[in-house]
Ligand binder design. Structure first.
Ligand SMILES: Cc1cc2nc3c(=O)[nH]c(=O)nc-3n(C[C@H](O)[C@H](O)[C@H](O)COP(=O)(O)O)c2cc1C
Length: 166
């Protein structure tokens, strides 16, 4: 099996797009918010409430979640494609400017940015970390969950492109 075959096959699995966020208290004088676009996010358990995100080893979010147990997920709506695009850029130095024109609140349980207008918000504390190849599966206990925006469809990713339902 080649890498191309693997990528092609798995790109046929349509997925909702989320923004994983966390606050980095060690960056700069006042700390810095960090975000990462992700599709490898899933619900794991209801009792206790657990979710999971798969984070590439060596990525900025991986480095941060290794020392920051509190993080959040914003489930992006179809009108938030620009947010997904900017938080997927490789090798960026700082996320400070990326959050500047995005409406967000700070999670009560985690201090992580919660994107305004997201379909759903989940705040978590890391419960388990499992190394899986070149990624780490970060399992989080859900501390708070909400559905701030009732309207609008999801942002989807399928065959390497963003889509909307319908
Ligand atoms: C649609 C989409 C989904 C992605 N899903 C994930 C994911 O689930 N896990 C992950 O580690 N990276 C994922 N990425 C890549 C990260 O967003 C990207 O590598 C990261 O933001 C760039 O920062 P880095 O230079 O620190 O890797 C995804 C990218 C896109 C465009």
């Amino acid at each position: 099996m080649s890498e191309d075959e693997f990528r092609a096959a798995l790109s046929r699995l349509s997925a909702g797009v989320v923004l994983v966020t966390a606050h980095d208290p060690e960056e700069g004088a006042r700390g810095e918010d960090v975000g990462m676009t992700a599709t490898a996010f899933m619900s794991v358990s209801l009792d206790p409430p657990l979710v999971m995100v798969s984070v590439r080893n060596g990525s900025r979010m991986d480095d941060l979640l290794a020392r920051q147990p509190l993080w959040a997920v914003s489930v992006l709506s179809e009108s938030q494609r620009h947010i997904a695009g900017r938080f997927a850029m490789k090798g960026r130095i700082s996320d400070r400017l990326l959050f500047e024109d995005i409406p967000y609140t700070r999670g009560e349980a985690t201090g992580a940015p919660l994107v305004g207008g997201a379909l759903a918000i989940v705040e978590c504390r890391t419960e388990q970390r499992v190394t899986a190849g070149d990624h780490t599966l970060v399992v989080g206990r859900v501390l708070r969950a909400g559905t701030p925006s009732a309207d609008g469809g999801p942002l989807m990713y399928f065959r390497g492109r963003y889509h909307t339902l319908g």
